[in-house]
Design a protein around this ligand. Sequence first.
Ligand SMILES: Nc1ncnc2c1ncn2[C@@H]1O[C@H](COP(=O)(O)OP(=O)(O)O)[C@@H](O)[C@H]1O
Ligand SMILES: [Mg+2]
Length: 270
Amino acid sequence: MAKRDQICLEARGLTKVFGFGRNRTVAVDHVDLTLYEGEVVSIVGESGSGKTTLAKILLGLINETEGEVYFQGKKRDIRSYRRKQEYWKNIQAIFQDPFSSYNIFNKIDTVLLDCIHMRGGRGLPHAQKVEMMAEACRFVNLKFEELTNKYPFELSGGQMQRLMIARIFLLKPKILVADEPTSMIDACSRATILDMLMQLRNEIGMTVIFITHDIGLAYYVSDTVYIMERGRFVESGSADKVILTPSHPYTKRLISDVPKIYEEWDLSTV
Ligand SMILES: Nc1ncnc2c1ncn2[C@@H]1O[C@H](COP(=O)(O)OP(=O)(O)O)[C@@H](O)[C@H]1O
Ligand SMILES: [Mg+2]
């Protein structure tokens, strides 16, 4: 999809320091990021490069040590829990580990019902809520009738990630942060999950921050790519520019770690 010109989220000088003294880690180090409405941005880096920490700051799950986040042109203020909840109507996440994403005491219909309530649907007739939940399940190829009395941990990893996508279908956030959403599920579910994510993105016009260690995946899904090494962005630009003509040695190394990458790509269009 073509890049739009409206900025939806912006980070300036974002920094996160964990620990003190010898245990001090600068996980995110003066990062600048501009996210345009409707685009898919990938953040690519090896394990430990700071991707999840950055994602958590953008989501408002942890506080930055330094720097600012602007949402739709205004400096983000999420100091109170109420403001955080307002912010979370706009930005949602799918995490790497589907098992950690659910409250284990909540049945699946509760998980989905909460999403409808979060969007102000508490007063809707019960039958309409059921139809909304069923529609979300159909979108991800799950059968709502078979799930109502189950707990998320009774599902497979792939099914749980699909349930996460069904949540996003109901929540319709402006921004989705997908942090390695396919790295803990089996290879054959992986393509399905990615397909569903991209379909959902087209369906509700979301802006997506896609986090991955797999630069090949980033090429397939994104308009813009940021390469992250030890807390910093070392290279960024359009996916074509960064991945087909990398200039930073770290980017080149990430690409050379995927030996078949150029063979699989259709370079005739470049
Ligand atoms: N809560 C924490 N306390 C201390 N160090 C942390 C914490 N979370 C992450 N780190 C450290 O910050 C660095 C970046 O981690 P992370 O953001 O998880 O990277 P990635 O998602 O790219 O693998 C790592 O060195 C990690 O050990
Ligand atoms: Mg991570």
